[in-house]
Write a protein that binds this ligand. Structure first.
Ligand code: AMP
Length: 216
C-alpha cells in the first residue's frame, strides 16, 4: 500500500504520517525532511536548495524527482510508502505516476487535510522540533516540557522556515501550485478529504477508517 498525504504547510501532514507509518508499518518519506537533511549536512545539493526552502518556494521538480526515484526504486520501500509533502504540483504527480509504473507500484489512497490559514499560522509559528529525535511540540496546542528539553541531549528548536512571513509564502505556494492537485486526484477516485482542524486523535481515526476501507 502506498499513500499520499497532502494539505497546507502546518496542516498536520507530518504528525499524522508518523502515526500512520507506525500503525501500518509503512515508511514515511517526507521530501521536506530529505531536503532539510541535505541542508544540515551542508552538501552541494543542500547549498543549492537552502534559499528556496528558507523562503517557502518550491525546489525544482528535477531535484525532487531524483530524490524520489532513489526511494521508489529501493525494494525495501516497495508498496510501503506514505508520501508526506510530495507531490507538490501536477508535474510532480505525473512524475510520480511514471516512476511507480516503472517500478511496478501504484498509489492506493490520497488524503487531503483541510486547515484554515489562521490555524496554520499558529501551528507553524508555535512549532518546536527536538533536534535529536524529531518529536514535535507546539506552544499553543501541545506544550513542550519546561526548559525546552526533550530526550537525552535533545533541544527544542524552531525550523528556520517557521516564521509568519515564510508561513504566508508557503501557504501562497500551496494555494497556487499544490491545491490544483485536488482536482487532479479527484478524477482518479483515490482522494479522501479530511477536516484537519479536529483533534489529532479524531483526524487519525478518520484516516485509519479510509485505510481500513481500502485494505478490505
Ligand atoms: P515541508 O517540510 O513539507 O513543509 O517542506 C519545507 C520546504 O521544502 C518547502 O517549503 C519547499 O521549499 C521544500 N519542499 C518540500 N517538499 C517539496 C516538494 N515536493 N517539491 C518542491 N519543494 C519541496
Amino acid at each position: 500500500m502506498n499513500i499520499i498525504i497532502f494539505g497546507p504547510p502546518g496542516g498536520g501532514k507530518g504528525t499524522q504520517s508518523d502515526k500512520i507509518a507506525s500503525k501500518y508499518q509503512l515508511f514515511k518519506i517526507s521530501t521536506g525532511d530529505l531536503l532539510r537533511n541535505e541542508i544540515k549536512k551542508e552538501t552541494l545539493l543542500g547549498k543549492k536548495i537552502e534559499g528556496s526552502v528558507n523562503s517557502g518556494i518550491l525546489v525544482s521538480d528535477n531535484i525532487i524527482n531524483d530524490l524520489i526515484e532513489k526511494v521508489v526504486s529501493d525494494k525495501k520501500y516497495k508498496n510501503k510508502i506514505i508520501f508526506d509533502g510530495y507531490p507538490r504540483n501536477v508535474q510532480q504527480a505525473k512524475n510520480l505516476n511514471s516512476l511507480l509504473k516503472k517500478y511496478e507500484q501504484k498509489i492506493d489512497l490520497v488524503i487531503s487535510l483541510k486547515v484554515s490559514l489562521d490555524l496554520i499560522i499558529k501551528r507553524i509559528t508555535g512549532r518546536l522540533v527536538c533536534s535529536k529525535c524529531g518529536n514535535t511540540f507546539n506552544e499553543f496546542f501541545n506544550l513542550p516540557p519546561p526548559n525546552l528539553t526533550c530526550c537525552k541531549d535533545g533541544t527544542l528548536k524552531r525550523r528556520s522556515d517557521d516564521n509568519v512571513e515564510t508561513a504566508k509564502k508557503r501557504y501562497e505556494t500551496y494555494e497556487n501550485s499544490t491545491r490544483p492537485l485536488l482536482e487532479y486526484y479527484s478524477k482518479s477516485d483515490l482522494l479522501k478529504n479530511i477536516d484537519g482542524e479536529n483533534k489529532f486523535e479524531e483526524i487519525a481515526a478518520k484516516i485509519a477508517d479510509s485505510i481500513n476501507l481500502i485494505q478490505g
